[in-house]
Ligand binder design. Structure first.
Ligand code: HEC
Length: 310
């Protein structure tokens, strides 16, 4: 037994002395580590492959549609009982509108054969034909066609025409081209009025893209900040004035105080309104509580100083 132990110790010693034997041990060690890594890799294969594919998020989740520029629109109300009658005035106004906006497709004689009609599919409506009208020949039907268009055909919406102009051109084509144009019932006209707010008129506010709006706001706040910086420079240049130390004593946040006083110019009118303004808004307006301890003389000094500054 003793001999076996001796022999083993000797061999191990030899292994450390003999470089070849050392490599032998290293080989076994590397093999074991390699097998462990291999097993780990195989058992986690699913995870590893899953993580190596970068997740692809569809772009469609966030669609940012920028607003377009729109002028403010004021659509005057119309009196339906009057405008639904083809007065000579309306018809002659309608003729002008037809010639500039419609004749290129629908033709001078309304037969759908204007110069711009070539190749259009469907072709522009021949007003003389009674077949296959989509919205019909009633005043209300034509109004709807003009307001909404007949997309995807070349008949776009003529919603930029004022209500009166739409009625005018509808009267013109009904009188001039359409044989036996259908008359509107009372209900048709009431429904038309309700759908397009005709007797109420429409007021639409102007609209600009959000990006332009933020650029404007950014610019505005930039000039405000620059203004405050200038005021602060001016304050340091007035350090020899009596009001300088008074101001520093009652001010809690110089930026807030200066912004507050520049936005609100009312206080410049009188010392009383100045005192009122500061006393009623302490803490929000950047001043501190010691403002309550000012004597009337100190108020006067402070008021004159602020008046000189802003
Ligand atoms: C660019 C060519 C073009 C211009 C300009 C044009 N239209 Fe049209 N219009 C069409 C076409 C095409 C159709 C047929 C659409 C369909 O049947 O789907 C049509 C159809 C119509 C109809 C029939 C609606 C129905 O119920 O079937 C009316 C009414 C009409 N247009 C009026 C006008 C008036 C009024 C103007 C001018 C303010 C005008 N169009 C300008 C191409 C034009």
């Amino acid at each position: 037994m003793k001999e076996v132990v001796k022999e083993m110790t000797k061999r191990t010693e030899q292994a450390f002395v003999n470089p070849g034997a050392r490599f032998g041990l290293l080989y076994i060690y590397v093999l074991i580590v390699g097998v462990i890594i291999g097993l780990y890799y195989v058992s986690n294969l699913e995870n590893i492959s899953r993580q190596s594919v970068p997740p692809v998020l569809p772009d469609t989740t966030v669609t940012v549609t920028e607003l377009t520029v729109k002028k403010a629109v004021s659509v005057p109300p119309v009196i339906l009982s009057e405008i639904s009658k083809p007065s000579p005035n309306l018809v002659s106004e309608g003729e002008k509108i037809y010639k500039t906006n419609c004749a290129s497709c629908h033709g001078d004689k309304g037969a759908g054969d204007g110069p711009a009609a070539t190749g259009l599919n469907p072709p522009p409506r021949d007003f003389l034909s009674k077949e296959n009208w989509v919205n019909g020949t009633k005043l209300s039907g034509i109004y709807k066609t003009l307001e909404e268009g007949l997309l995807p055909s070349a008949m776009i919406a003529y919603d930029f025409l004022l209500p009166e102009q739409k009625f005018a051109v509808a009267h013109y084509i009904r009188q001039t081209f359409i044989p036996d144009a259908e008359a509107d019932t009372e209900d048709d006209l009431i429904a038309l009025d309700a759908t397009y707010n005709l007797s109420a008129g429409v007021q639409l506010a102007a609209q600009i893209p959000v990006s332009s709006a933020s650029a404007i706001i950014e610019n505005e706040s930039k000039t405000k900040v620059e203004n405050i910086i200038k005021l602060k420079e001016k304050i340091s240049s007035l350090s020899s004035e009596a009001g300088y130390s008074a101001f520093n004593e009652v001010v809690k946040n110089e930026n807030t105080a200066l912004t507050f006083l520049t936005i609100n110019n009312e206080w410049k009118k009188s010392e009383d309104s100045f005192i009122n303004l500061l006393v009623n808004n302490v803490n929000q307006n950047g001043f501190n509580g010691s403002i309550y301890n000012l004597s009337s003389n100190e108020w006067n000094v402070l008021f004159n100083f602020m008046n000189k500054l802003i």
